[in-house]
Design a protein around this ligand. Sequence first.
Ligand SMILES: [Ca+2]
Ligand SMILES: [Ca+2]
Length: 319
Amino acid sequence: MKTSTCFIVGMALLTWTYGITQAAAEYITQDVVNCLPNQIPCSQPPDRSSSGLDVLDGLRAYLPGGIGLNYLADDFLCSNSGAITNIQIWGSYWNDNHLKKNPPLFNLAIFENLPADQDVPYSRPGNVLWNWYGLAVEQPDGRAKEHFYDPKLNKIIGTDHQIWQYDFNIPEDKSFLQEKGKTYWLGVSRSADLLGDGKVDYKDLLSLVCDYPWGFGWKTSSEHFEDSAVFTKLPLTIPSAGNVVPPSAAAWSKLQYPAFHPLAGQDIDLAFAICGTKPVPEPSAIVMLACLCVTVALRYGNTFNTLTILRLREKNSSK
Ligand SMILES: [Ca+2]
Ligand SMILES: [Ca+2]
């Protein structure tokens, strides 16, 4: 009786306390995300309006100018601690030129936050804390008439219509453990291994040039958090395995909407969702106190009843 009563009261308070924790964690407006029921999402959904841009992220052949490799990142803060086991991003392809023969291979990374200082007046990624390289689950996610932006040239270079959503499912033993209250940066770059055969070589470059124009763009979000997203240009090594990680001292440039865009000069934020495992709720002080109160009440209540019965028996026997 004592145990079951304490359990019921404790569970009620635990559920109430946990409900508050969960609500507080979902501080960013949610779009459709594929988090599991036991995961807490935080997200910056894609801007599906005509103001949405797709920012070149990965390889592009420049004619003339050779080949460039972009790496983009945006900052985030999820208000729960735990393993990040699912990351989602949204993107489109330059002029919708997405070929089935190109498997969706991506580089992902999470960086520490480097605050603005006297040399660089905006925050940007610092040291690399975690990186991952692998295939995404790809699925179409609606259509929108949007533009494709190349930050290297700082101009809009084309259009696109098809929105793609990419899910990255990360095994828990290889996931990043985020800490509540810390700002991080999520970095993403489409792999240069366009053909997905495990190495970046001349065949990929041939595909890039022959399938020209080819380029992946990370979609912008109308949600804003802290500073603007940033990009850096990385050297392309051939042959290589395809996984690249920006160096800690990489030079990151702010991403802002380009000239002639309705949002020209404003900061760009990018579209993503992060599903973190729910923290295991710890018994709060109030739950412990409630359990203690119930236990004490039952114990003293039983003691009182026992004493009363004994006194009544003594009274009756003396008569
Ligand atoms: Ca290849
Ligand atoms: Ca941001």
